[in-house]
Write a protein that binds this ligand. Sequence first.
Ligand code: 2U9
Length: 345
Amino acid sequence: MNESLSEIESRALRELVAVSGDEALEAWRVAHLGRRSPLTLLLRGLAALPLDERKSAGAAANQLKQRLESAFEARKEELAHSLTEALAADRIDVTLPGPPLPAGRLHPTTQTLRDVLDCFVSMGFQVVEGPEVEWDRYNFEALRIPRDHPARDMWDTLWIDYERDGERPMLLRTHTSPMQVRVMEQTEPPIRVVVPGRCYRYEATDPTHEWMMVQVEGLAVDEGISLSDLKGTLTDFAHRIFGPERRTAFRCDYFPFVEPGMELRIDCFLCGGEGCRTCSRSGWIEILGAGMVHPEILESVGYDPERYTGFAFGMGIERIAMLKHGVGDLRLFFENDVRFLEQFG
Ligand code: 2U9
């Protein structure tokens, strides 16, 4: 009988050490102290023993029962304690700051676009935007570029096979100029607008050409506007974007929508005018085209060209960004390579 008690005890205590968790602990209690446990069955069987044996065996079995009960309580306490500790160790401090997220930034051409627009806005120009899909009439004809005229060769065009109310063809605008025509059709002078936006050309790409570019064009129409206004406005612009130390020069150029037409150049900031690869050995870098709005265009939108005059200009934002940041290939701006883009703070 005593042997069997010690077996019960050693098995129960061995199993108790392995118990973890409330469910396992309860299962242990049922197995070793429950109504059908070996110990309880043994206690029930004592009644069949002779009195003197029953006394000593009963006392031993009851002592074992007490030991198992206290072992059970002790283990229960121990498990509760270790759970509290585990929870405490595992606690998340919600007041700690989160892991830092990498900060985004504006695309370099967007930064340049904003700088350019800010400059003109500070001079009193208003920013307006127009459709990227245009009618031939606005993109070419209203700008003195008639059908079948050789001047059209200056703009390789992406055409759209679409007709509305007999009007055709449509195209992806090759410059933002059609929007200036729309503004003039809807507004009386004085006008001072800058028009930013994507323009498209049917061109093979190379380091200085892409089939899509962002342009900013500007238009000022009023009584008494002269070439001096054009020169003053654009010289100031060049100094604000490229630095007050830059020398500037205007040179004749041809665009069908202006007369006279010209380009604005700054002295090469890489070679200081000596001549290098960036300035094609000329010492000068072209930054934009400009001119006095052709009187026929003013007339065709209903303005009196004897009363009103105006100047206009246009530039490619990627070109300005390339020059500002010393980027040698315009295509880098469109590749979305973060290693390139993150250089521009
Ligand atoms: C109207 C009247 C006149 C806009 C002008 C230029 C000169 C010009 C090019 C520079 C490089 C475009 O990005 S580029 O390819 N533009 O040189 N643009 S004058 O003249 C206008 C526009 C609209 C009604």
